[in-house]
Design a protein. Structure first.
Length: 367
């Protein structure tokens, strides 16, 4: 029997109240799965392609416009063909995005205080690049307080983007090529769905799984920096903050019905894994982070993941597009494919038994 039907029968009654509590700013979820139209004569019709990247902060006009790239430059131009090569494209919006003032956060040490306010013309560039779906569960979304949070959500809605990650917008859904996608996101930060709250994670994923074909879960978690590229399989405490146990989080999400788990937060690439035939990326690194980020060494390397899934979320295969950032930032195709070796080494070290294989052309699988 289809797992979606089983979940609907078992979990519908106790989750009705939960669903009603979280209707705010979200499309109403029904318990009836959409009808799928799959051609028996075309194998590609039965495959769903997902493109995923890590942190996106395209420049900030705070405290001055010196933090912005020149207006005649689109930082995404060099990788447009890879971002558009999918049915759905995801990224982590690392910071607020609105045209206004807001209330900047107060920092005890202004020299290491990063407050990101991205002008809304960047959203037009992201839309043109093919992005459909964003996580807003991260620390920098709150850099300009509630005004910044609300204004960023308004920007995303204006450009018809799907997004989730705050208590006020815990999940979202969209339908692409007849496939209904459910999405939810978590972080250890104020007003976000909490990365340590496995009860809410389980309930939300089960609710989405009951009505969606594919459920994507994102997290902003783990310690930061070039020395934190491994997955420790325990809670990570960084700067006095519990950044979650990302290994446990991913498995709880998949046990509840998630099909893809996408991580970001450490600002470096981490290993990938497979669990119950579902794909996990523990961190996708700094994808497009202009001006304020350390991009030296491995911090300047990031993958674009192109995933092929069955329309029930089962992982089929993937491809890594290697990118790098130089100078002030902006993704470029890396002809040296440096991130390949990083992903290979980390995955072999952290998950030696998952059978990960990555070819020279970027195609990967788990054997």
């Amino acid at each position: 029997m289809n797992k979606k039907i089983i979940y609907s029968a078992i979990f519908l009654l106790p989750l009705i109240g939960f669903g009603l509590r979280y209707q705010l700013n979200n499309e109403k979820i029904t318990t009836k799965s959409p009808q799928k139209v799959i051609s028996k004569n075309n194998l590609e019709d039965s495959v769903f392609s997902l493109v995923a990247v890590g942190d996106i902060m395209m420049g900030t006009n705070y405290p001055s416009t010196d933090g912005l790239p020149p207006k005649n430059i689109n930082l995404l131009d060099s990788v447009l063909e890879y971002l558009k090569d999918g049915d759905l494209t995801f990224g982590n919006l690392e910071g607020s995005m609105f045209d206004g003032e807001g209330t900047p956060k107060k920092c005890s040490n202004p020299a290491v205080c990063y407050a990101f306010r991205q002008p809304t013309y960047f959203m037009k560039q992201l839309q043109s690049a093919g992005f459909d779906l964003f996580s807003i569960a991260n620390n920098h979304l709150g850099d300009f307080g509630d005004i910044g949070r609300a204004a960023t959500c308004a920007t995303l809605k204006e450009y018809k983007m799907k997004f989730a990650g705050l208590e006020r917008c815990p999940w979202d859904t969209l339908t692409v090529k007849g496939v209904k996608i459910g999405f939810t996101a978590y972080a250890p930060n104020t007003q976000c769905l909490q990365i340590t709250d496995y009860t809410t994670l389980t309930k939300t994923v089960k609710l989405l799984s009951a009505s969606c074909d594919i459920v994507i879960v994102s997290f902003h978690g783990g310690a930061e920096g070039s020395s934190k590229s491994h997955v420790p399989k325990m809670e990570e405490i960084f700067l006095g903050e519990n950044r979650g146990d990302v290994y446990k989080f991913a498995r709880v999400a998949i046990d509840a019905g998630a099909d893809v788990v996408l991580g970001h937060g450490p600002h470096v690439t981490r290993a990938v894994d497979i669990y119950k035939n579902r794909f996990i990326a523990y961190s996708m690194g700094n994808f497009c982070t202009y001006g304020s980020f350390n991009l030296k060494g491995i911090s300047g390397l990031a993958p674009i993941y192109q995933l092929k899934l069955k329309k029930d979320g089962t992982f089929i295969s993937g491809k890594v597009i290697p990118t790098m950032q130089k100078g002030e930032g902006g993704p470029l195709f890396d002809p040296n494919k440096s991130v390949f070796q990083e992903i290979k080494n980390l995955t072999k070290s952290d998950f030696p038994d998952n059978g990960f294989q990555l070819s020279e052309n970027g195609i990967f699988s788990f054997n």
